[in-house]
Design a protein around this ligand. Structure first.
Ligand code: NAP
Ligand code: MG
Length: 475
């Protein structure tokens, strides 16, 4: 069993100044897999102090030095692959294959792409009457959720290191171990002490402490909208810059010329992947009225390919991350039934034959109206809402009738229509016909899905300030 009751600061693992701890649970077995310390405000202060002390020299390191650090991190990350894959299956419940092909891969991509983007990043630009110099913003506080333990952490750390900004990271307390392995990787990569600090703890103590800390200049947060608002409020005190990656209720628009079976499979994939605990998942599936019967049949055909079960076996879907998340998902399923949507598949309770672990059934609601709770609120579980539309404008109207704007998806054949849809969904990232993810592409939300963009060069930009210099000597 893991017992990592220390925080990482100023280049070493140190004991907490307090003695509160919490157990980390494997959601597939409900067994305790380890214990972490719940840090105190004093621990946080020490970490911020270390980051502040590292700032003057780290922010003046050369591009090449930071490229080298990032490339060393990539190599260290590759070396720890088996451990990272294993730990994410344990703490999150991701099937081993998903842990490797999605979670491990995303962290790898973010460090590599940041190194590549840094090589050609324009920090200084002569614009005639003035020169623009982009400089590291200062000390950054990073607060991350549990649903992608290496992705959410790596993309922020990578952008910050590329920009020259020291950080204090607070990973989600229920999935801390992948982040703690990252700390070891970064420590061995020649990153100066104090540049990377990790304090474990609760959102209420360490998260709140980061967003209200007078010596932190920027907070990059990924998580729920409610906490995002609270962070903005706290950040107002010392006028911190904030970047927020929040929730979504993204649409998948199925065009009338789409292959029905492929579209149905895509739709099921979105709720099966990571047990639907994906901020950018398509959870509202918009289909032409005329396709309704065929699409429902195709969904039922596709469903058995996505099995739910032990993440150590070959299943598409593991458990939800926690009892709390399981309860939330159950109550949304009840709400859907109560509000009059039709349950096409799944429902409340655990899948047949499973009694241990926080497993839920892949659940599909049809005859959903977009104003129902299940179509408006983020469920963060394997629950799909199928909504019919009359024509393309109606589809777009439904797609955009949401407070969110993180992602959008469209499948179909007519190129002009695909392009039209991509241009008219109000969201930060649009994917046409399951196109492959490009990790250089910016990621972030319109509307209440957030503020700011991460990944690649946009991810570096987040950690920079813009300075304009008039009369800069050219010598
Ligand atoms: P959450 O409750 O907002 O937690 C996210 C992080 O914030 C955790 O580290 C949490 O600490 C911390 N936190 C909690 N209360 C805080 C406070 N008062 N001040 C500062 N930090 C605080 O979200 P979650 O339930 O873990 O994650 C699910 C949500 O994240 C969903 O809404 C999802 O859409 C969103 N999400 C968005 C993206 C994106 O990129 N847009 C990606 C993934 C997830 P604890 O560890 O103590 O909980
Ligand atoms: Mg939480």
């Amino acid at each position: 069993m893991r017992n990592q009751e220390k925080h990482f600061m100023n280049g070493e693992w140190v004991a907490s100044t307090g003695n509160e701890t919490t157990e980390v649970i494997n959601p597939a077995t409900e067994e305790v897999i380890g214990t972490i310390s719940l840090g105190t405000k004093e621990d946080l202060d020490k970490a911020v102090k270390a980051a502040r002390a590292a700032f003057p020299s780290f922010s003046k390191t050369s591009r090449n030095e930071r490229v080298e650090m990032l490339e060393n991190i990539v190599r260290g990350y590759e070396k720890r692959k088996d451990e990272l894959v294993e730990v994410m299956t344990q703490e999150l419940g991701a099937p081993l294959k998903v842990s490797e092909e999605v979670h491990y891969k995303m962290g790898y991509e973010h460090f590599s792409k940041a190194a590549e983007a840094l090589k050609s990043y324009t920090f200084t630009e002569d614009r005639g009457g003035h020169t623009i110099i982009k400089e590291a913003i200062g000390v950054s506080g990073l607060i991350t959720p549990w649903n992608f333990p290496t992705n959410q952490t790596s993309l922020k750390i990578a952008g910050a290191i590329a920009a020259g900004s020291p950080v204090v990271l607070k990973p989600a307390e229920i999935t801390p171990f992948a982040a703690m392995i990252l700390a070891e990787i970064i420590d061995e990569a020649g990153v100066p002490k104090g540049v990377f600090n990790l304090v474990n703890g609760t959102g209420n103590v360490i998260g709140d402490g980061i967003s209200s800390h007078p010596d932190i200049d920027f907070v990059s947060f990924t998580g729920s909208g409610a906490v995002g608002s609270k962070i903005m409020e706290n950040a107002a005190d010392n006028v911190k810059k904030v970047a927020l990656e929040l929730g979504g209720k993204s649409p998948l628009i199925v065009l009338d010329d789409a292959d029905v079976d492929e579209a149905a499979e895509t739709a099921v994939h979105h709720i099966a992947m990571n047990t639907g605990q994906v901020c950018s998942a398509a959870t509202r599936v918009l289909i032409p009225e005329s396709m309704k019967d065929a699409f429902e049949k195709a969904l039922l055909n596709a469903l058995p390919k996505f099995t739910v079960g032990d993440p150590r076996e070959d299943h598409a879907t593991g458990p939800l991350v926690s009892k709390k998340q399981w309860d939330t998902v159950q109550s949304y399923i009840e709400k859907g039934i109560e509000e009059g949507a039709t349950l096409l598949a799944g429902g409340t309770g655990k899948p047949d034959g499973i009694d241990k672990g926080y497993f839920a059934k892949h659940t599909i609601f049809t005859n959903v109206k977009n104003d129902m709770t299940i179509a408006q609120e983020e469920i963060f579980g394997p629950v799909m809402s199928v909504i019919t539309y009359q024509d393309l404008n109606h589809a777009l109207e439904i797609a955009n009738d949401t407070v969110y704007g993180l992602a959008g998806y469209v499948v179909g054949k007519d190129e002009k229509t695909l392009k039209y849809v991509a241009e008219h969904i109000r969201a930060g990232q649009i994917t046409i016909n399951n196109a492959e993810t490009d990790y250089f592409a910016p990621f972030g939300g319109f509307k209440q899905s957030g503020i700011g963009r991460e990944w690649g060069d946009f991810g570096i930009e987040e950690y920079l300030e813009v300075k304009a210099v008039m009369g800069l000597p050219t010598a």
